[in-house]
Write a protein that binds this ligand. Structure first.
Ligand code: THU
Length: 172
């Protein structure tokens, strides 16, 4: 029921790693999608905060991302632009890099915060990178003014290319 999500949210402190988080989420599996996203907040605080660190002097489009790992830790990332425009790194991939470097590969949820009227969804390249870490997880895309779009990796990238496609026997 609705209370399950609220209970979990109260018991998991957003500010410190909490190894119990995964267990608590399992206990309310049917509500997992909502619970995981609520763990990152309706108007995701951590993604909103890190967005202010974005280095985006060219586009002036600032993006913040926060990943909830299975062990309860949250990893954040912001976009990092470059004068050689093609080298711009998205907030989502910054957050993935930070999670993987800390040993966290099981992801429960992602929050992305952008400016603008419509929430910005992960770009195509980021969708592919997110799909490298299955199973699919919920994604909340929000704007600084409070618009929210909830989705998940599988919906954003159906028929994703993955490691299973690499097994061909041809040598060329
Ligand atoms: N950007 C992200 O950080 N995430 C996305 O999913 C879309 C785009 C960044 C890249 C670039 O720094 C700026 O937004 C404008 O494209």
């Amino acid at each position: 029921d609705r209370d399950a999500g609220v209970r979990v949210r109260r018991r998991v402190d957003d500010d410190e790693p909490d190894a119990r988080a995964a267990g608590l989420l399992d206990a309310v599996d049917e509500r997992a999608f909502v619970v995981r996203l609520e763990r990152l907040d309706l108007r995701p605080r951590r993604a909103t905060e890190v967005r202010e660190k974005a280095y985006a002097p060219y586009s002036r489009y600032h993006v913040g991302a926060a990943l909830l790992a299975e062990d309860g830790r949250i990893f954040v990332g912001a976009n990092v632009e470059n004068a050689s425009y093609g080298l711009c790194q998205c907030a989502e991939r910054s957050a993935i890099g930070s999670a993987v470097a800390a040993g966290a590969r099981r992801i429960l949820a992602l929050a992305v915060v952008t400016q603008g009227e419509e929430p910005g969804t992960p770009c195509g390249m980021c969708r592919q990178v997110l799909s490298e870490f299955p199973p699919s997880f919920p994604i909340r895309c929000a704007t600084t003014s409070g618009a929210v779009l909830d989705t998940d990796v599988a919906s954003l990238l159906p028929h994703a290319f993955g490691p299973g496609h690499l097994g061909g026997s041809e040598s060329t």
